[in-house]
Design a protein around this ligand. Structure first.
Ligand SMILES: [Fe+2]
Length: 508
């Protein structure tokens, strides 16, 4: 079922502690440099007769024109050490079951409505159902409010899940810290979150951008680096646990992943996108219900967004309107997702939420040979709408490398005019591929060459990004590479808003 490529087969390496994984031999910088197009051209201009030199010059000009050469971006020369990523062992401390009988575990929260006044709290109890009630309040000592949820469970081949609880806290105040607790009757655990500020045009907010995280030592580094960067919520672009890479889609790996990320997602909402590793479609195991584990475990506020399925929906956070699309649900003309997106884009109010951000799993602009053009059919279906709507940013995962595009569009083609080359377009979004969380499938270290004109920056490393919205006109976007021992900003740009300040921010 694995759809990516392991770099090297290798034995499992068990570090003495999970924290030790951060320095676990990933720091060495590879020396391999990619040949630049200019170098190739210079070597062609060697001691040739004049006529052949002219041919060489002509060839160079054609390459530069045809390949978008003058616009071509940067392929970073940085290379992580090429070795497969290693799953953290089951007895790693990040996977530890919390102590106490029937203790709530795998606690996570996500937004419960479109306005930031509700929060869905989810957790698992292993021994018995216990209580689905959450107590919460602004005062840790009192937590006088109560919300009642419900539990569910599912079977997957030879696995039966624990009791999966979901409870929605409503009528919350904006920008307010709430304490919350669950596990009544047995072991009570307490957490806290801060609700997002009320949506408004100049409300600052800092998102973390993470994708394809998995549960390897590299995943742990990515999450630690994000935590140290201090975002307020995560836009997660799909592929969570990679349980399906284990024999029989070992769903215990869904449990370990949720315990691993609890340290962040119990304290701030993560906005979920469904990836291909959430499908868990395995007819050979008799499992033919797509998204069964994911849908049982990770609810979304889709009804509040007028959607009919949990895999496509939207939320408003501070000054951002975030639209989540589903790469692995139908999106052709007249399908529910198509109809919903058309109506949703018409509902966006840039005067209240100036920043329009779209999440999807399979990238539309990706110059890596891994998963190359897998997002093309969705691009063809929806790109015109996104350009017309002046979307600021499209985030995707799936490809286990980092890439940022120029503002380009490719919407002129009408099957007879031959206009099939992406062109610079100030109305178009920037496309970012952030599927570099560090999962078990390893890095996607095989970019197409030459670098196409739409690609501004690309690098085969693990990391995460942040989108730091300052006001209605400016946001600072930065990508943080893992492999310098500490997090390092390897790519950072200022975005200007496409609705309020559509200036040329496409300068690097
Ligand atoms: Fe994927």
């Amino acid at each position: 079922m694995c759809d990516c490529v392991y770099i090297y087969p290798r034995q499992w390496a068990v570090a003495s502690s999970v924290e030790g994984g951060e320095g676990g031999g990933q720091r060495k910088q590879g020396q391999r440099k990619q040949s630049s197009r200019a170098k190739v051209s210079v070597s062609m201009m060697g001691p040739l007769p004049l006529r052949r030199r002219r041919v060489g010059v002509l060839f160079l000009a054609l390459v530069l024109l045809g390949g978008g050469g003058a616009d071509a971006g940067t392929t970073s020369s940085y290379r992580r050490k090429l070795e497969a990523t290693v799953e953290m062992p089951l007895d790693a401390d990040v996977f530890r079951v919390p102590p106490g009988y029937n203790a709530p575990q795998q606690v996570h929260i996500t937004l419960g409505d479109q306005e930031g006044t509700a929060m869905i709290v989810s957790w698992v109890t292993a021994n018995e159902p216990g209580s689905s009630t959450v107590a919460y309040g602004e005062d840790l000592a009192r937590m006088e409010r109560r919300a009642d949820g419900a539990h569910t469970r599912y079977d997957y081949f030879n696995y039966t899940s624990g009791f999966i609880h979901h409870c929605t806290l409503r009528n919350l105040k904006h920008a307010t810290k709430y304490y919350y607790a669950m596990g009544f009757g047995h072991t009570v655990r307490t957490f806290w979150f801060t609700t997002p500020p009320k949506p408004g045009p100049d409300v600052p907010f800092k998102f973390g951008l993470i994708g394809d995280l998995g549960q390897t030592f590299d995943s742990n580094i990515t999450l630690s680096h994000y935590e140290s960067n201090g975002g307020d919520a995560v836009l997660y672009v799909g592929d969570l646990s990679y349980a399906d890479n284990h024999p029989l889609h070992d769903n215990n790996r869904w449990d370990t992943w949720a315990r691993f990320v609890e340290r962040s997602v119990a304290y701030q909402p993560w906005v979920w996108t469904a990836g291909n590793h959430e499908l868990d479609f395995a007819p050979e195991l008799g499992e033919t219900t797509p998204f069964k584990p994911f849908a049982h475990r990770y609810p979304t506020p889709y009804r509040a967004a007028g959607s009919t399925e949990p895999f496509w929906y939207s939320v408003k956070v501070a000054s951002a309107h975030v639209v989540v699309l589903a790469s692995y649900s139908a999106y052709g003309k007249y399908t529910p997702q198509w109809a919903w997106l058309q109506a949703e884009l018409a509902r966006v109010d840039r005067k209240t939420t100036p920043w329009l951000v779209v999440l999807t799993h399979s990238p539309w602009y990706n110059s890596n040979n891994y998963h190359y053009m897998e997002g093309e059919t969705m691009r063809v279906q929806f790109e015109r709408w996104l350009v017309d709507a002046k979307v600021d940013l499209v985030l995707a995962g799936h490809v286990h490398s980092y890439e940022r595009s120029h503002r380009v569009s490719n919407v002129a083609y009408d099957i007879v005019n031959g206009k099939s080359t992406p062109v610079r377009n100030a109305d178009a979004p920037v496309y970012v591929t952030i599927g570099d969380g560090g999962n078990i499938e390893g890095i996607a270290d095989n970019f197409t060459r030459p670098q196409p004109g739409y690609s501004a920056f690309r690098e085969a490393s693990f990391g995460h990004a942040t989108l730091d919205i300052k006001n209605r006109t400016h946001a600072y976007y930065s990508w943080h590479r893992n492999h310098d021992g500490a997090k390092v900003v390897a790519d950072g740009v200022w975005f200007t808003n496409r609705y309020w300040m559509p200036t040329d921010d496409d300068t690097n």
